[in-house]
Design a protein. Structure first.
Length: 289
């Protein structure tokens, strides 16, 4: 992994982040399959070596395939990696799906990571928060603050663009990976989160990706309606003849009776914050009833 090609400004930020981490007496990194936390894991390994451990939380709200990506990333970085089972789906506050649902998820996560850090006798828990995240509505940031989580990317002045460029220079395969927030973000606030709904959404998204070849999609759960959202760039993939009929056929097999397709909108990226979900612009409705 090489950072020689980094521009002067980015090099300063990289060195600052590594310095911040190197001053810690060991750290647990909250490693999802996303680019932000993957970069923190890579920098933590550079700074601390075996005094850094990446931990990936697994629960029913994790999208299919994400754990395999996290494992592959950790192997590439060579950082120690463990899996932690979290039970946020069993929390009444989380299941109620309020507008600050992410707070209860992150509170559960950071309690577990703090427990792991204590077991290793490490000083800190690190997350992948970067400067652009502060422009969003992110209830999880409060949970991080309360738990004393450190955010070396934000502390070093990284923007999302900086994160992706550094990850690319390090050879991380996830450098251009679309964001993949938890499956609960596909269920409108106020509607109960259940394992069955999460499983249905996860299976639906896997089906749609397999059939279309798209990478950046959401399938939002509206009872028996599956509302598919696709990035503007990938929307043409769904215009192939017969594709939507095949999509509807497969989604019916897992309990959806109608399907809509529309472009995704990005109002302050509220999707990743779990703050705003119902902004589908339907352009195709394949309902037959």
């Amino acid at each position: 992994m090489s950072l020689i090609a980094a521009g002067a400004d980015l090099q300063v930020k990289i060195e600052r982040a590594i310095q911040i981490i190197s001053q810690l007496n060991g750290a647990v990194v909250a490693l999802s399959a996303g680019v932000d936390s993957s970069l923190v894991a890579a920098l933590a390994y550079k700074a601390l070596g075996n005094r850094a451990v990446a931990v990936t939380a697994v629960s029913e709200s994790l999208a299919p395939g994400e754990i395999e990506i996290a494992k592959k990333t950790a192997r590439h970085i060579r950082i120690r990696h463990t899996i932690a089972r979290t039970n946020e789906v069993q929390s009444a506050s989380y299941k109620a799906n309020p507008s600050n649902r992410c707070y209860y998820c992150k509170d559960t996560l950071y309690r577990e990571l703090k427990r792991q850090a204590d077991n290793y006798r490490f000083e800190a828990v690190l997350d992948g928060t970067q400067l652009d995240d502060f422009g969003d509505t992110r209830p999880g940031l409060l949970a991080a603050k309360e738990a004393g989580v450190r955010s070396p990317l934000a502390e070093a002045g990284f923007s999302k663009k900086d994160v992706r460029e550094t990850a690319r220079l390090l050879g991380l395969e996830v450098w251009d990976k679309p964001a993949m927030p938890c499956l609960s973000s596909r269920i409108p606030h106020g509607e109960e989160i259940t394992v069955e709904k999460l499983s249905q959404v996860g299976e639906a998204e896997s089906m749609v990706k397999r059939l279309s070849g798209a990478r950046d999609i959401r399938v939002r759960h509206h009872g028996q309606l599956a509302a598919i959202e696709v990035s503007q760039e990938e929307l043409p993939l769904f215009h192939r003849e017969g594709l939507m009929n095949q999509v509807e056929k497969e989604l019916r097999l897992i309990g959806f009776t109608s399907v809509t397709l529309g472009p995704r909108k990005y109002p302050g990226r509220q999707d990743t914050a779990g703050a705003g979900q119902d902004y589908l612009l339907p352009i195709i409705n394949t309902s037959n009833h």
